[in-house]
Design a binder for this molecule. Sequence first.
Ligand code: PLP
Length: 412
Amino acid sequence: MSNATKPSNSDRYAFVPGSAPYPTIVSAEGCWLIADDGRRILDGAAGAIVGNIGWGRTEVAQAAAAIMPIGYVIPLWPTPSRLALQDELIQHWLPEGFNHVFFTSGGSESTDSAIRLARAYQIGKGRIDRWKVIGRHPSYHGMTTGTMAVASHLARQKGYEPLLLPFPKVPWDDPEQVLKVIEQEDPATIAGFIAEPITGAAGACLTASDEYWRVVTAACHEHDILLIADEVMTGYGRTGLNFGHQHFPFQPDVIVGGKGLGGGYVPLGAVAARDEVAQALVGSGFMYFTFTGNDAACAAGTKVLEIMRREKLVARAASQGAVLGKRLHAEFDEHPAVVEVRGRGMFYGLELKCSRDAVVMAALQRDLWVYPAGSGPVSDAVMVAPPFVVSDAEIDQLIATLRAAIDAVVTR
Ligand SMILES: Cc1ncc(COP(=O)(O)O)c(C=O)c1O
């Protein structure tokens, strides 16, 4: 039998031999993933915290399909779908003063571009000694070598250390340490500071104080260090506001997005910059990726954002997210295997005293998907972050199944 006629074999799908087997998903609707054997899995993490609008939205597919026959247009040239997404973002999503957007194909490309942008900005200002981008411990910004270097996700960095630039790190919660590190490193060598407004996969919703963000913002502005908000997980409504930084006195110069922007339907990311930041890039030849502004992705992304506005899904992430949070706190605050429940909007983390991988697999055996998280000080955690359309009944089922999964792991 030739390879082309062999039946499909999900066992050999994993790139890394010996990886855990997962169900083959053939369709999806709302908060449900449907496998080839008819099994229905409750998607308690919107995939990888991506599917803000939920699954099965044919109008997103139609918007992308209508554009696909154009094929490819060089990223520097405008097209109607690129312009429509740019207008949608500037008019309805980004804060005042952010009128410049650079498209990418996902989160890592976006955060990596933001690191490059910090450097290009400083060069544009004539400060060629500024190259360092400060990151936080713990944090996650992607899997390019640049984004791995600026982050502090020890498990994902392990073994790759020789490839990673020695970017300085500050604690996620200590404003005095932030000031100390900036002084020690010398502000005249620092190009940028990158932060997740609420820590995602590395910390499972660690949330710093208002004072922390006030100090970070003031120090960055004082020294003209480009302040980058990595909103790849927290952006586009996930936390109950358009962007996560808007909960805090955190005033970024650059806002990086991915995941929820394309809603999981297309690979899409965006780096938005304040006007004065973009102005400093004039003459820099800031380079695009081949698929910067991919037309079908832009058309799909515009439709995703239109749906969010039409169905008022950001407000729903806040209101239904409050229901989810209340139920999680009620069920798990006193649970002996749970260190803490934290988060806001439709974005929650459970820090655990037991193996997160065991909990994730025990949940999946019970037809629930939750997202594994944790690194450094947060060794084990899972994230609960369903699509914003999740119903009360689905929240009840999610909580009951997660409870059964954790109980099964701790009583094993
Ligand atoms: C905060 C944050 N930044 C960047 C990334 C990288 O995005 P991607 O996996 O789309 O490259 C992620 C992915 O989880 C993320 O959570």
